[in-house]
Design a protein around this ligand. Sequence first.
Ligand code: AMP
Length: 592
Amino acid sequence: METIVGIDLGTTNSEISVLEEGKPKVIAVDGDPIMPSCVGIDQNGKLIVGRTAKNRIISDPETTILSIKRKMGENVRVKLGDKEFSPEEISSFILSELKKHAEKYLGKPVEKAVITVPAYFDDRQRNATKDAGKLAGLDVVRIINEPTAAALAYDAGHPENHKLLVYDLGGGTFDVSLVVVEDGVVEVKASHGDTKLGGDDFDQLLINHVLEIFKEKHGIDLNVDLRSRRRLLVSAEKVKRELSDAPFARIREEYIHNDLHLDVEISRDEYEEMIMPLLQKTLQCIQMCLKDASLLPKDIDKVILVGGATRTPLVHKIIRQEIGLDPHYEISPDLIVSMGAAIQGGIIAGDKTHSILVDITPYTFGTGAIGEREGMFHPDIFVPIIKRNTALPVSKGDVFFTAVDNQEAVDVKIYQGEEPIATDNIFIGDFVIKGLSKAPQGNAIVLNLELDINGILKVTAIEKATGLTKAVTMDTKNVKPHLDIAEAQKNIESLLSDEDEDEDEDEYEEVETIDNVEESVASSEPGKQPLLAKAKALRKRAEKLLGSIAEEDAKDIRDMLEKNREAINTGDMKRLAETNTSLEDIIFYLED
Ligand code: AMP
């Protein structure tokens, strides 16, 4: 059977997939399934595409082109070095690179492709995309809409008729489409969006926030300095991603201005307040889309998330409130469109397709906390932390607060289920974190849940102010049955009490128990194995970068690699943790 690849030619990133045994497989480009849609020329005038081109964006902005998709269909020329190119030509470089990697993977020439475009692309833009394919030596057998591809990825192999809402929030654009699947035909019924709304705007809000704080503290406007601006941009984007998984994150930049450092902690709550007005705009687009299709929220069968910025937890929350459905994001929102394109390619080639199976958690995991339900105070509201349908492995955190002054311990109870009252769900296990510092009510405890591919749950509770940590692993596959009423009552009472309790941890593997703050600092050094694994991964990333960065930066990396190696050789785990962090900081800065 002939091979027809599927390509998501995106504004920020591009991906290529192929159907293998009825399932789409994303083909990695230099070890990464996501290739930046970036084209440049190096110091020798050689064309470079993807991550290598993106790595030069800070050092060589004049010889690097980003976001060419925005110009597709326009009669313009863009300058690259001393030459000028049409948007189709630049896009063809991206497509050729993807094609080359697919050929290497498949071991045979790739001649045909399905390429995706936004639903709002007009005829000119679609033809320009086809022409770019031709220039790359590809016969573009079909151009399909991105939301159609996303719907196909979820619905291939499902004969039922469905109405899907595809919510696509990328780096620079937002669109929402109403896709109807009827008798195997997938059709976009309505589409709305905002071509100037995306994750990059969230970064900007975070930057504005820290700029203001720095100005207030030091009377200096960091915005006037180009290098500081770029550093902040990289930092803000990193912090934004961290806030998708954790309740707090820090923007830390040393020597941002002469000998002044920037160090600002941001909570997820603060961040959500900043971005809420932008997300409100996406809700208006949903309403317009539904109106155009003459549908009500209750008519929607499934909401599908596309685009990296949909990893923001607030996006899930507002969708749930607006449509009344939990959105689907079990297929990576970065890869789903190219996977759908590969399915379409397979269908055209006559392949049988199946829906994509990914490892997900079919249950929500969370804890109980004092809260409000139907306007009434309740001692045991279920607070989901890892939501069902999340792809595995996953790590998510949230923050909780002590209920009384000088509370010395917190009993952490973990439940599995979807019921709004914690004790109505399945009880997985509990443990006590003791030795909290003497603090007024509202002492923050960060609770992190990490679920691995085998259903093993690692629960970590950290007193934020001191770093006092306790972690326990629980096997979620052998969960106890529902608690009886008496036991549930006991749970409720124990949550209200600030008394320490006897622990019954025999059935859980204790990972780390720290009973006082001093010990906590000393023992906060992570275990040896994860440190070594991290060092290895960092070394790989560093080696990948070394050929494509300025000598000065390469020297920094080599020096740090040397120190890192020394730490391993001498068994100095503290030093290893430090050098890992320094190395990661340098790499992160250079990769972006
Ligand atoms: P895309 O255009 O689909 O590649 O999406 C890129 C956008 O998604 C950028 O603004 C990224 O910063 C953002 N993004 C990627 N991962 C995350 C994450 N974990 N949380 C929030 N935003 C993210």
